[in-house]
Design a protein around this ligand. Structure first.
Ligand SMILES: Nc1ncnc2c1ncn2[C@@H]1O[C@H](COP(=O)(O)OP(=O)(O)OP(=O)(O)O)[C@@H](O)[C@H]1O
Ligand SMILES: [Mg+2]
Length: 448
């Protein structure tokens, strides 16, 4: 079928008999498929990890490793690669066993060119159906926030609760965990949703402009005030002001914010008219606000006004089970934006991504997927396409003849690599103190 071949499916044929391989290769190649051949299971595994393979055709009886081993490997590691088993011993049990093991079809020797082609086409058609089904899989999302892990379910509950209340909210979490997304979800899920949601970056307002930015100014209020300006709080009247990076607010900004919260009124710069404001405040921080309070860097009175409803968002590494779902969501989103073909991730790639610690959280995952969409051929992401720290976390899992010390060393090095060498963070994740970490690293160094 020309349409299938036009898509350039990659097929890996595995047989210890070189002649048989040549025949398969010729038949498939003639039909326009890309064909890679391999004479044994270990070599086939290597090829699978490096190339994007749509279909594996494997002989059953081979010296050392049988076709069953390969079928099991493929079905455990590549959810969208089809497998056809070929055997010279056509037995029902063998066929049943192969299907149970994850093979998609079965071909008995001797077979004709047409028989081979028909089984190949059927398998690829099934694969295509399976792929489009995956695409339309229902996502577990709450106002665009994806997650099915326990910690995220808790966040969803808090959002729902916060949306029905008018109390101020403090969202805390590491950079890239989705704080702004949560703030928007609260607003758009609340009775205020028809009024404005106004994000204010507290770290970016120069002291000289604090009042004018927050409360607005009258024309001619100061040099350069050429026109009347509406402040953030007025724009957000009846709606929500999102005070992002509140931990970075200057002392003068803190003082002004406290005043609005206490009095619920503003005075435009250059005016003496007091205006009542009804604005809900949702703030976010990636810093430990209480720690800033203790260090006298953040006003305690302001802290207690903001931190009424507390929504902590856990870092992605604490909810790694969401990684596959997020990957799917972000991939689909990207696809919609660019109109490109959807990307598929091999199971091993997904496993490696799930095991990775994501110091940049969901934003880091977004950036990775964006990068992959440019660099990856055929829209199929295999483990070899991933950045080294991610590959590292899974590359060596296969080796079962390693000592505990070797596994520990490797884990320490992986964690460190994933954090760009940050020893303080690594020690925190490993739950050991920095001194112990230093000693362990010294030992690793001297052993190598
Ligand atoms: N659970 C999620 N589901 C879907 N997308 C998410 C999720 N969490 C974060 N994102 C996406 O990741 C990116 C970063 O999220 P966001 O900007 O909300 O993070 P943040 O916590 O505000 O980060 P920062 O502290 O750096 O400002 C955004 O593009 C957002 O859409
Ligand atoms: Mg943000």
């Amino acid at each position: 079928m020309a349409t299938q071949a036009e898509q350039r499916y990659s097929i890996l044929a595995v047989d210890d008999n070189r002649n048989a391989l040549e025949i398969i290769k010729r038949i498939l190649f003639r039909s326009g498929y890309e064909v890679i051949t391999s004479e044994g299971v270990p070599d086939a595994v290597k090829i699978l990890d490096k190339h994007r393979i749509d279909l594996v055709i494997t002989d059953l009886k081979m010296p050392k490793h049988s076709g069953f081993d390969l079928i099991r490997y493929v079905s455990e590691n590549f959810y969208d690669t089809a497998v056809i088993m070929i055997t010279g011993y056509p037995s029902i049990e063998g066929a049943v066993e192969a299907i149970k093991m994850g093979a998609d079809d079965f071909l008995a020797k001797p077979y004709t060119d047409d028989e081979l082609m028909s089984v190949v086409r059927q398998s690829l058609e099934r694969l295509e159906t399976q792929r489009s089904a995956q695409n339309t899989l229902e996502l577990e999302a709450y106002f665009g926030i994806v997650g099915s892990s326990k910690p995220m379910k808790k966040v969803f509950k808090l959002i729902a609760k916060a949306a029905t209340m008018t109390a101020n909210v403090l969202i805390s979490g590491e950079s890239g965990t989705g704080k702004e997304l949560v703030a928007r979800a609260i607003h758009y899920n609340s009775p205020r949703s028809s009024a404005a949601f106004v994000p204010v970056n507290c770290a970016a307002i120069p002291d000289s402009l604090v009042e004018s930015e927050l409360f607005g100014h009258e024309k001619g209020a100061f040099t350069g005030a050429n026109a009347t300006r509406t402040g953030f709080f007025e724009v957000a009247a009846g709606g929500t002001v999102f005070l992002d990076e509140i931990g970075d607010a200057s002392q003068s900004l803190q003082a002004k914010l406290l005043r609005v919260m206490q009095n619920k009124e503003i005075i435009k710069v250059g005016s003496n008219q007091v205006v009542k404001v009804d604005t809900r405040i949702v703030a976010a921080t990636n810093k430990d606000l209480l720690d800033l309070v203790n260090r006298k860097l953040f006003r305690e009175d302001l802290y207690y006004r903001i931190d009424v409803i507390d929504i902590p968002i856990p870092p992605l590494r604490m909810r790694s089970q969401d990684v596959p779902l997020l990957t799917q969501h972000i991939t689909a989103q990207l696809c919609e934006e660019t109109g490109g073909e959807p990307m598929f991730f091999s199971d091993r790639a997904i496993k490696a991504m799930t095991a990775y610690s994501w110091p940049g959280n969901v934003r880091e995952l977004e950036n990775l997927i964006q990068k992959l969409s440019v660099t990856v051929d055929n829209n199929r992401v295999v483990i070899a396409d991933l950045p080294r720290p991610m590959r590292f976390s899974i590359d060596h899992k296969i080796g079962l003849h390693r000592s505990l010390a070797a596994v520990e060393n490797e884990h320490i090095q992986n964690v460190l690599a994933s954090l760009g060498g940050n020893k303080t963070q690594a020690a925190k994740i490993l739950k050991i103190d920095r001194k112990t970490l230093r000693e362990k690293l010294k030992k690793i160094d001297s052993d190598n």
